[in-house]
Ligand binder design. Structure first.
Ligand code: X2X
Length: 335
C-alpha cells in the first residue's frame, strides 16, 4: 500500500517536471524591477506582492513585477539615479527624498501641516498631488496617481525622551536625505545628519546618531526598537511613498498591459493605505512590550518653534505662492 502510494507520488512529480519547463520557457515579455527601502513585512511590500500576482494573472504572464525590498538594489538616492537612467525601472520613494531631484515634491512634508489622514488623501489625490505629479513629469519620470502611505512620523531616541523642543537642542538625529528634513530639524535646534534608510539601523547601533524619526510601522518592521529606547508621539509630519518609473521603460510597454499595471498598482496603494493606518495606530502596545518607552508631547511648542525660526516663511518662498496656496487650501493657514 505505502509502496504504491510512493510510486504514484513519484510518477506525478515526474509528470509535473515538463510542465514546469514549459512555464519557464514562456518568460515574461516585460520585466519591471521595482525597488523599495522597507522590509518584506511592511504593508508596502505585502500589497506590492499581491499586485505582482494580479498583474501576472491579468496579463497572462506577459508582465513580471520583480520586487526588491530593503534597499537590495541600493540606497534611495542611488536607486533614484538608477531609475532615471533606466537601470532600474521603478521604485517607491518619499516625496521629500525625490525633492533632491524635483524640489516641488517635498511640499507634503511641511511640519505639522496635515492634521489627519482624510486631509492627507484629499490633498494628495487632489490638486496638491496633481501639482507634484506635473512637476515630476517635467523631470522625465512617470509618477503613478495614488501615493502609498508611510505615515505620521514620531521621534525615537536611545538617550532620553523628547518632551519639548528644548530636548531637541543639539540632539544628534538621523534624517533622510532631503533639504526639507534638514531644515526642519535645524529649526527645532537639533543637530540633523542626512543618512539613507539603508544605513540608519547601523548609524543608531553605533551611536553615530542618538535618534531618528519614522512612523511606527517602520520602527517595528525594520526593528529600530532594538537600537532605540524612547518614542515621542510627535506626529510632526506626514510622509508618503510615490511610485515612480523610468519613462522610456514604461512607455515601451504595450498600452493595454501598461493600463493593467497602472490600475493594479493604484488599487494596491489604496489597500496599502488602509493597512498602514491600522498598523501605525495599533503598534504602540506591541512596541511597549518590546521595551520602548512612549510619551505624548504637546505639539504646540514644536510648531511655535518652527514659526519663530522662520521655517514656514522660508519654505513658502521656496515653493512659491501658488504651490503654498494649494497646501493651505487643504490644511488651513500655516505661516
Ligand atoms: O528613510 C526613511 O526614514 C523612510 C523609510 O521613512 C523613508 O523612506 C522616508
Amino acid at each position: 500500500m505505502s509502496f504504491s502510494r510512493r510510486a504514484l507520488l513519484g510518477a506525478s512529480t515526474a509528470a509535473a517536471l515538463p510542465l514546469f519547463a514549459i512555464r519557464q520557457a514562456h518568460a515574461a515579455d516585460v520585466t519591471l524591477r521595482i525597488s523599495n527601502n522597507v522590509p518584506t513585512t511592511h504593508p508596502l511590500n505585502v500589497r506590492l506582492r499581491e499586485a505582482a500576482e494580479t498583474i501576472d494573472k491579468e496579463t497572462g504572464g506577459k508582465v513580471e513585477l520583480r520586487i526588491f525590498p530593503s534597499n537590495q538594489l541600493g540606497a534611495d538616492t542611488d536607486v533614484l539615479s538608477q531609475v532615471r537612467s533606466g537601470a532600474v525601472q521603478m521604485m517607491t520613494i518619499s516625496g521629500l527624498i525625490l525633492s533632491t531631484l524635483v524640489p516641488a515634491s517635498s511640499i507634503s512634508g511641511i511640519g505639522f501641516a496635515f492634521p489627519d489622514y482624510p486631509t492627507v488623501w484629499k490633498a494628495m489625490d487632489g490638486e496638491l498631488g496633481a501639482h507634484i505629479r506635473g512637476e515630476v513629469g517635467k523631470a522625465g519620470l512617470v509618477m503613478f496617481e495614488k501615493i502609498w502611505d508611510n505615515g505620521f512620523r514620531q521621534i525615537t531616541s536611545s538617550s532620553k525622551p523628547i518632551n519639548t523642543p528644548a530636548d531637541l537642542a543639539n540632539f544628534k538625529i538621523r534624517v533622510p536625505v532631503s533639504p526639507l528634513w534638514t531644515s526642519m530639524f535645524s529649526a527645532f535646534g537639533a543637530a540633523p545628519t542626512s543618512i539613507n534608510f539603508a544605513e540608519t539601523y547601523s548609524a543608531l547601533q553605533t551611536k553615530i546618531v542618538d535618534g531618528q524619526e519614522n512612523p511606527l510601522a517602520v520602527v517595528e518592521t525594520a526593528k529600530l526598537y532594538e537600537v532605540q529606547k524612547y518614542c515621542a508621539m510627535t506626529n510632526h509630519m506626514w510622509d508618503g511613498f510615490w511610485l515612480i518609473a523610468n519613462r522610456r521603460a514604461f512607455s515601451a510597454i504595450p498600452a493595454n498591459l501598461r493600463d493593467t499595471v497602472e490600475k493594479t498598482l493604484n488599487a494596491a496603494a489604496l489597500r496599502q493605505r488602509e493597512d498602514t493606518e491600522k498598523l501605525n495606530n495599533s503598534l504602540e502596545a506591541q512596541l511597549k512590550d518590546r521595551g520602548v518607552v512612549f510619551n505624548r508631547p504637546d505639539p504646540a511648542p514644536f510648531r511655535d518653534k518652527l514659526k519663530q525660526a522662520g521655517f514656514y516663511n522660508e519654505w513658502k518662498t521656496k515653493f512659491g505662492n501658488d504651490a503654498w496656496a494649494l497646501l493651505e487650501k487643504s490644511v488651513g493657514g500655516l505661516a
